[in-house]
Design a protein around this ligand. Structure first.
Ligand code: CA
Ligand code: CA
Length: 445
């Protein structure tokens, strides 16, 4: 295994206060905030499509939670969790348990979701389990992804988290099912959606240790055949310290690189967020309490990091003052990343931007990295046309063009009246992103 070269990166930090604009996405056909609010699951790499989980966003939709794609260019909303005839599935879709990871391909064509419904792909016996499905928006078809190599035998036990790569062809999921591969055991599986049927590479187990044995791994992201994950198993890499760690490895063969490598004392308590990976698979963002880089506070507090496992570059993101205070904590423990790896979404209780004057325990921001990794800039997301949320803004997901979709339950009069439910909002990219959807963002509530 090649040991990545580790480079110290000296960063130059800017706070952006450029004018941007906000709009609400989770409206019903009458133009009112939809009942019970919405969640933002992802934004496509091209920045055009936001994936929402909500009730009845379009006319004729049932009052059950379904998956929708909001087209930020045309304002069209498309239901994703549909039967072959295009009508809503009889069942609500499952909650989404891996909010750091990708569920829409970069071009917006493929969308991944989980449901217990039996009417999405009626020919498949779902064994009474929630299964993973991929909607092809171009062809208007839905296929099951949590299946054996015959593409018919569905998982026979609980399916947990799921994600896919930027092309939408590599799907990773975790399940207790023992009927998917010859190993006849549960674990994490890679489903190659475009592999020839019965080719032997349609569905395979993933995550191995240094001995080549399959291990338990969780919280994954996948890009270009590289899997970022956490595992508490021993010997995941040659230098694996005791306890839970983040790794990036070849999804088939193993050959894992330890990402959460301690600088100085080895932390006995190891708490990490899920690693969020870009399309290349070798750049990830995450939070961790261990010190993987020079850390001004010298203690085991949680920090936000980005690591590139090919170049060896690492950055710890701190508050832009001399102390470099940590941006994150247990409440603000998750990070997201854009498909191009340049934008990193996070939430913080620190009012970094001058417009952010609230006392909210979490507000949405993202970091724009320069292409060289040598500098970065903070962009404030969780506001309504520059008015800060009076409550929380969270779950920022980012298009490569700087479009950010997030959730807020704000009730300040400057915001749409949302009855206290968390709703989906989109924030216009600041000036320097090259505005492509500006016309759509000139609306006021
Ligand atoms: Ca370990
Ligand atoms: Ca704030």
């Amino acid at each position: 295994m090649t040991i990545a070269r580790l480079l110290a990166v000296f960063v130059f930090v800017i706070i952006s206060a450029e004018v941007s604009a906000t709009r609400i996405l989770s409206l019903n056909p009458q133009g009112d905030p939809v009942g019970f609010g919405a969640r933002v699951l992802d934004v496509s790499g091209n920045g055009r499509y936001a994936v929402l989980r909500a009730e009845a966003l379009i006319a004729g939709a049932p009052n059950t939670v379904q998956i929708y794609v909001y087209d930020l260019l045309t304002d069209e909303v498309e239901m994703i969790s549909v039967r072959p005839d295009g009508q809503a599935s009889a069942n609500a879709v499952a909650d989404y348990d891996s909010p750091h990871s990708r569920v829409i391909s970069s071009d917006g064509r493929y969308v991944l979701f989980q449901s217990v419904a039996t009417d999405l792909v009626p020919a498949v016996e779902t064994n009474g389990q929630q299964q993973i499905y991929r909607r092809d928006r171009q062809l208007g078809i839905t296929e099951i992804m949590s299946v054996a190599g015959d593409r018919v035998t569905a998982a026979n036990n609980v399916v947990y988290e799921y994600t896919m790569d930027c092309t939408g062809q590599q799907i990773v999921f975790r399940t207790l099912a023992n009927n998917l591969t010859p190993e006849a055991s549960g674990g994490t599986f890679l489903h190659q959606a475009d592999a020839p049927p019965n080719s032997g590479v349609v569905t395979r187990k993933a995550c191995r240790d240094v001995f080549g044995d399959f291990i338990s791994c969780q919280n994954f992201s996948i890009g270009n055949g590289l899997l970022a994950f956490t595992s508490g198993s021993p010997n995941v890499s040659p230098d694996d310290p005791p306890g839970n760690d983040i790794f990036v490895g070849n999804v088939i063969a193993g050959n894992n690189i330890l990402v959460t490598k301690d600088v100085g004392d080895i932390a006995t308590s190891r708490s990490h967020s899920p690693p969020a990976g870009d399309c290349s698979g070798h750049r990830i963002a995450f939070t961790s309490n261990i010190n993987i880089f020079f850390n001004p506070d010298g203690t085991f507090v949680r920090d936000l990091y980005a690591v590139d496992t090919v170049s060896g570059q690492k950055i710890r993101f701190g508050f832009p003052d001399a102390a470099g205070a940590t941006l994150v904590n247990t409440t603000n423990r998750r990070a997201t990343i854009s498909d191009n790896g340049r934008l990193i979404g996070f939430t913080t209780d620190i009012n970094i931007d001058p417009r952010d004057t609230n006392s909210s325990p979490r507000d949405s921001y993202f970091i724009e990295l320069s292409s060289s990794f040598a500098s970065y800039e903070f962009i404030y997301v969780g506001h309504w046309n520059d008015v800060p949320s009076d409550r929380n803004s969270f779950a920022p997901h980012l298009g490569d063009n700087g479009i950010a979709a997030f959730v807020s339950d704000s009730t300040d009069p400057a915001w749409p009246v949302t009855n206290g439910f968390g709703h989906a909002f989109a924030n216009l990219p600041p000036n320097d992103f090259g505005i492509i959807f500006q016309g759509n963002f000139q609306q006021t509530p």
